[in-house]
Design a protein around this ligand. Structure first.
Ligand SMILES: Nc1ncnc2c1ncn2[C@@H]1O[C@H](COP(=O)(O)OP(=O)(O)OP(=O)(O)O)[C@@H](O)[C@H]1O
Ligand SMILES: [Mg+2]
Length: 503
């Protein structure tokens, strides 16, 4: 029998108002890729933080390679060979790539000496191993989220870990980068490294993992060999009931015919990425943007929202040429923008769930400059219920909530402004299958009431499921506009691969 790299028994952990883990057992065998799955708030990240020494459990035992440990710090677990990549990337944004990788190794890094030439070489080769050739002297925040994630992975790998624990590592990677990452994980697995892998993308779980541990409401549901499960039975275990209600739903497929145009872009260029983007969004239309990372989708949303200025081209709302110098001008015209990176542009970490939802609505909730607490609470409670946000209560600090529930809070913030057009950048990233179906339903329902939706997603299946029409981007251009029968994954891939015609 394979050796158990990590063994956890009877782990419990409580926070004020919530029992995040209740007597959970978990084990990781040498050379396996072990999935940890469950709904948002089920306790996955908490279990990982206990496993990696970030949190101390209230009860339970942890063994690494058979030895009892009482982890008191992340460094201690790293020394024992357990390395981790958290859900929220925990790198130092203004330091360079090589500094970020080097500091992971040097627990005395701030005091001791680091050989920077060697560090740079090591960083370069670590990144090259992931198939990325980049200037490791550049500060990390110059790079995209995807690249930053890769740096976090490179850092963990540079620690020569026996086990690497990854909390949603693929959530900001594109298809190509995910393929690279999986190849790398499999290679390392074959060399005896073990992995704990958390993902809400169950296709990845079936693709990559041999074993699955399911958590629900802080309790262990069970450990299973992947071969004993299929998609349906796994989701059923996660949600604790028959999954039929939430799987296999599709767009009704009936196109609602001619719509009144709400918003129109003509020849938008930004002097960098966008090479002349033109399209229109009808009232109540759900328009998807597909394409690879860096193809210009996010830039389009940012220009529409006034977060960036176009160099050429025009935007029309209700047929009238409009220019937004600042997002607040876009908000005043009933646009809303739910950004891709919740940590940087999204949550306000020190505020409560309630305040995070209400923040875009303060004028509406105030009288003579004084915000009504009662109205704020009512608004928050309404959206907590509508989006089924799981928290100890509206006053819980948002940065102590689970990742998926933070994401829902940001969605609530923008939906609560009653927008006419909502711009969604990766709206279901980090959201569990059940909640994802609920959110897509809500989007559809709101579109039925006239809300226009412009949605970027790297999950093409999701676009195919919810959109009325899909635009395919490549290199800052719209290459194709797909409707009806043309809306297939094959067609999207073919267009991106260059078989499509310019629209
Ligand atoms: N530092 C904290 N303070 C208070 N509550 C916390 C803290 N960390 C986690 N919790 C609570 O513990 C529960 C489990 O959260 P956890 O982050 O482990 O969920 P998760 O399974 O990782 O969910 P997700 O899929 O959304 O990331 C949640 O109810 C969360 O609000
Ligand atoms: Mg989590």
């Amino acid at each position: 029998m394979a050796e158990r790299v990590i063994e956890m028994q009877g782990i419990s952990k409580s926070f004020p108002g919530v029992r995040a883990l209740d007597q959970v057992d978990f084990y990781l065998e040498e050379g396996e890729i072990h999935a940890l799955v469950g709904e948002n708030g089920a306790g996955k990240s908490t279990l990982i933080k206990v496993m990696t020494g970030m949190y101390t459990a209230d009860a339970g035992e942890i063994r690494v390679a058979g030895e009892r440990v009482r982890p008191r710090s992340v460094f201690q677990m790293q020394e024992a060979g357990i390395s981790t990549i958290y859900q929220e990337i925990n790198l130092i944004p203004h330091m360079s790539v090589s500094e970020n990788i080097a500091l992971a190794r040097e627990k005395t890094g701030l005091f001791g000496r680091i050989d920077w030439r060697e560090a740079r070489e090591r960083a370069r080769s670590a990144m090259a191993r992931l198939g990325l050739d980049l200037d490791v002297d550049q500060p990390l925040n110059r790079f995209s989220t995807a690249v930053q994630q890769m740096v976090a992975i490179a850092r963990a790998l540079s620690l020569k870990a026996r086990a690497v624990v990854m909390d949603e590592p693929t959530s900001s990677l594109n298809e190509g980068e995910i393929t690279n990452l999986f190849r790398l994980i499999r290679d390392l697995r074959d060399q005896g490294v073990s992995f704990v892998f958390v993902s809400h993308k169950l296709r990845e779980v079936f693709d990559l993992c041999q074993t699955v541990t399911v958590l629900r409401d802080g309790r262990l549901v069970g450990h299973y060999p992947i071969t004993e499960l299929d998609h349906f039975s796994l989701v059923s275990k996660m949600i604790g009931r028959d999954a039929r209600g939430i799987l296999g739903r599709h767009r009704d497929g009936t196109d609602k015919g001619e719509r009144k145009r709400f918003c129109e872009l003509n020849g938008i260029r930004d002097g960098r990425r966008l090479q002349g983007v033109s399209f229109a969004i009808g009232e109540g239309e759900i328009l998807g943007l597909a394409g690879l990372l860096g193809s210009g989708r996010t830039e389009t949303l940012r220009i529409l929202f006034g977060a960036e200025q176009p160099e050429a081209g025009e935007i029309r709302l209700d047929g009238v040429v409009t220019r937004f110098n600042y997002p607040r001008e876009a908000i005043a015209r009933h646009l809303a923008f739910c950004p891709e990176d919740r940590k940087v542009e999204g949550i306000i970490p020190s505020l409560s769930l309630m305040d995070n939802i209400a923040i875009t609505n303060l004028p509406r909730l105030s009288w003579r400059g004084v915000v009504s607490r009662a109205k704020k609470l009512a608004l928050a409670e309404d959206y907590i219920q509508r989006l089924n946000i799981r928290a100890a209560g509206p006053r819980q600090r948002i940065n102590t909530m689970s990742g998926g529930n933070q994401q829902k809070a940001i969605l609530a913030r923008w939906l609560s402004t009653s927008p006419r057009l909502i711009l969604l950048d990766e709206p279901t990233r980090g959201i569990d299958v059940g909640a994802r179906a609920e959110i897509l339903d809500l989007i559809r329902r709101l579109a039925g009431e006239g809300l226009s939706v412009l949605m970027v997603s790297s999950e093409w299946g999701e676009l195919l499921e919810v959109c009325d029409r899909i635009l395919v981007y490549r290199d800052g251009r719209v290459l194709a506009s797909l409707v009806g029968e043309e809306m297939t994954e094959d067609r999207i891939i073919a267009t991106i691969a260059g078989e499509g015609r310019h629209a």
